[in-house]
Design a protein around this ligand. Structure first.
Ligand code: CDP
Length: 221
């Protein structure tokens, strides 16, 4: 296994906590690239569903994860060269992704790809569910973003529409699945800074995190 990669900012937290928005803005400020690891799990899920594979067949889905070509970046999400940027965000994929993400063979492959991604770039801002806990336990900065379930559901409705009660229920089901799985569950990583973004706008969250980084740097002398 390669040694620790410096310059990694790990952002974890449940759905709708603001990880993507904050992660992208932070990456731009720090001059680092940004990786949405949830998009990788969504892409594997989308590909499996499109091929009509049984998601419960862990060996088969593991093999798919090892063989599929994934590109996740500013241009969008490409699965075996085809643009799947919108297709990975349908309610059907969203409802199925936690099952695929609980598959240890899938996780092992995605973890290696995430580490290789960062090693190639000399770091990055990386967001997901297990980034500070498992993928990059030595990250320079670990953030755990959260917000009340209602706030998170309201943010999803503002982005993509839908019924807020229904979305709150679906987010709660996914949070439960992601937090209770045995392999790399969603947890607050050791050494992470918890930021509850309930009632905070993007600018306020960013300013707060930048303040944290400045004071950490000052403490380190
Ligand atoms: O966009 P949203 O916050 O709704 O979710 P996402 O970041 O796209 O992640 C989708 C799903 O992928 C999560 O619900 C997890 O099941 C899984 N995931 C994971 O297991 N580990 C990660 N590092 C990132 C996502």
């Amino acid at each position: 296994m390669p040694g620790p990669v410096s310059n990694v900012v790990a952002i974890d937290g449940p759905a709708g906590a603001g990880k993507s928005t904050i992660g992208k803005a932070l990456a731009a400020k720090l001059g680092l690239e940004y990786l949405d690891t949830g998009a990788m799990y969504r892409a594997v899920t989308f590909c499996a569903m499109q091929r009509g594979l049984n998601l419960a067949d862990t060996a088969l889905i593991g093999e798919l994860a090892r063989s599929v070509t994934l590109e996740v970046g500013a241009r969008g999400v490409f699965v075996d060269g085809l643009d799947a940027t919108a297709a990975i965000r349908t309610p059907e994929v969203t409802a199925a992704v936690s099952q695929v993400a609980a598959n240890s063979e899938v996780r092992a492959e995605m973890r290696e790809r995430q580490r290789a991604w960062a090693a190639t770039r000399g770091g990055g801002v990386i967001e997901g569910r297990d980034i500070g806990s498992v993928v990059f336990p030595d990250a320079e900065l670990k953030l755990y973003l959260t917000a009340s379930p209602r706030t998170r559901a309201e943010r999803r409705v503002a982005e993509a529409g839908g019924d807020v009660d229904e979305i709150e229920r679906s987010i709660a089901a996914r949070d439960h699945h992601d937090s209770s799985r045995s392999d790399s569950p969603l947890v607050m990583p050791d050494g992470s800074i918890v930021v509850d973004t309930t009632g905070m706008g993007i600018a306020a969250v960013l300013a707060y995190i930048e303040g944290l980084m400045t004071s950490e740097r000052a403490e380190q002398g």
